[in-house]
Design a protein around this ligand. Sequence first.
Ligand SMILES: [Zn+2]
Length: 474
Amino acid sequence: MPTLEAIIGLEVHAQMNTKTKMFCGCDNDAFGKEPNTTVCEICMGHPGTLPVPNKESIIKAVKMSLALKCTVNKNSHFDRKHYFYPDLPSGFQISQYDFPLASKGKVHYDVAGKEMVCGITRLHMENDAGKLTHRGSVTLCDYNRAGTPLMEIVTEPDLRSADEAVAFAEELRRMLIAVNASEADMFKGMMRFDASISLREKGTTKLNPRSEIKNLNSFKALERALQYEEARLRKSWDETGGPLKRDITVGWLDDDGKTRMLREKETADDYRYFPEPDIPPLLIDEKMLLQIQPEPVVLPRERKKHYLAMGLNDAEAATLIDQPEMRALFDAVYAKTDDAKRTSSLILTQLMGFLNAHGKTAADAPSVNAMLDLVIAIDDGTISGNAGKTVLEKMVTTGKSPKDIIAAEGMGQISDDSKIEAFVKEAIAKNPKAIEDYKSGKQAALGAIVGYVMKQSKGQANPGKVNEILLKHL
Ligand SMILES: [Zn+2]
């Protein structure tokens, strides 16, 4: 038997997080809204309406193209891709066919600590279709999603296993979030994959007919579907002595854990592409590119290296890359304190711990200014580091500022000499044994006296001052 290898390529659809839809002014955030309420004549495909491209979505697609190290083409245009389906009221999708927005890029990603590269064939823009819900013998149509701006990112067949495909897709998701082109929320279907797989004898270069697995909605589905299809193609190779005879399209049945033949793949001819007559060509020159992206994009992998060099571990760096809110807080506190260990403890341990404990997410985290106010209150001695934890938890649960919490709870640290002196005198009077021990040379006895003061002052006495005043009295 020859040694076979899998040849895998992906098509990734990512919904862009623009305010309005791709070709009309409808609200692009339909999540949780009543069906068919964020629609108009344009996204419903009524005859005689004129689509107008959304500038914000073009800018986001350009930013993503640059992050993918693609060439943004000076000349691109939109095309009509014809097919009939109930979720596509106009009977055609507005996409880009032979002149896409961007082409020829590459993405670096890691698999088990090894750096890999996957080529990017192209990135183009198009509008999403509506959503169908099948209930028994009826099908419900919701057109809220119709017209949502999509980027389709097509890779070269550079991936060799399900593991590589998933690692690449995860890196791509981080990049989408990093350039703020998409929320890439998998649960909301904002990032979807079609995966193509074929087999060939190792050492040969010919691409054999492939099986395209449509509409995979999670990394897990991508992984399982590719593993299943690779095993199925290997078995078929054993039985028939070779690869597939022609391209096929299959669907993934997640519950059954297998693929199902849908059709022999349609070709471009079937779609009757032609240039969209209602939208002029897109002309993007160097000057416009510089306006859109004046500085090179900082990619998630570069960020990761930066955090690792600071002394954070892999998981901590990954949290900061995947959660922009946490990263903004971390970067601000680090800039203020220049102390990675303290920043990591405050943001990644304490804050994230409180958010988790109270069933909150990163979106509920305190603002950068509130977080810096907390750091200042600790550093200028208004509260102790310990009291800082209590304040932080209250910031998470109440959303109030540290100043308000400290004032309302009377948590201000006591630094007033006369007040501390009173506590110290009391401690000396109440702890004769410890004083005796200290005077006979036991340094540790001092700790018991300081502890007594801290307890009596409910932890609010400034420990430095307590030490200083206590030594004066001994
Ligand atoms: Zn609309």
